[in-house]
Each structure stands twice: as C-alpha cells, then as structure tokens.
Design a protein around this ligand. Structure first.
Ligand code: SF4
Length: 129
C-alpha cells in the first residue's frame, strides 16, 4: 500500500497512484536497486503499531511519522495516509477509534489523501481530507 499512497521523489512517483515498478500489486520489480526513500521507509505498522486488521493492505490506511506543516520546527507527529480508491476506509470503527486516540494523546493527527492534507487537533472531528 505504501507503493501506492506515498510519493517517491527519486523516480518522480506522485502520491496516490501505484508505482510503475510494482508487479502484481505485491512485489517491487527493482527491489535490489530501489530508491533510498523506499529503503528507509517504515510505516508505523511495520514498527509494531496497530493490530493485524490495521495492516495497510487490509485497512487501506498507512500510518506514518510526519511533520506538522504549521510547526515545521516542532517534534514529528503522526499522519494517516489514505488509499484514494478507498478514501472512507479509515471510518471502520476500530481504525477510527485508533486515529482519534492518536489525535487526542499526541495533540494532533494529520490525514492525507493524494495531495490533499489536513491536520486535526485534539477533540476535532476527523474528516476525509
Ligand atoms: S520503487 Fe519499488 S519499493 Fe519503491 S515505490 Fe516503487 S515498487 Fe515500491
């Protein structure tokens, strides 16, 4: 799912579309020579955050560390990057509760859908960007 939702500047891949190097929606055809952005990327799920159902290819939500655009010098926060094909998948009750918990616990959460991004502060209702 990260090969669809995330941008990769080295290969001019925009966010929200499948990378041209994905094979069968499962595998990177240039894995051994993939860009550094791909090599260094770990979504939060790969770091142990979230349940099995929140695995990005199942939930259609990629949770990432992200900088708050309103506070570029502040600490990194968290963002949910949504699959444009399933932009409402984050509203599944367990996922919604998980995102709301992050929002309230850390003071804010970002949500991104393609190039559309929004930051929601603690207590603010989440919406698809
Ligand atoms: S280069 Fe490979 S790892 Fe990187 S986005 Fe494309 S398919 Fe995914």
């Amino acid at each position: 799912m990260c090969c669809k939702t995330m941008s990769v500047w080295e290969i001019n891949k925009p966010n929200g579309v499948w990378c041209r190097h994905v094979e069968n929606y499962r595998r990177c055809a240039i894995y051994d020579t993939r860009p550094n952005s791909c090599r260094s990327f770990d979504c939060l799920w790969l770091r142990g955050v979230g349940t099995e159902a929140m695995r990005p290819d199942k939930s259609r939500v990629v949770m990432v560390e992200a900088q708050d655009g309103d506070n570029p010098d502040g600490p990194k926060g968290f963002a949910a990057v949504l699959d444009p094909t399933r932009p409402l998948a984050w509203q599944e009750p367990a996922m919604r509760a998980f995102l709301e918990n992050i929002r309230d616990r850390f003071g804010a959460i970002g949500m991104a859908l393609g190039s559309r991004k929004r930051v929601f502060r603690a207590g603010q209702p989440l919406q698809t960007p």
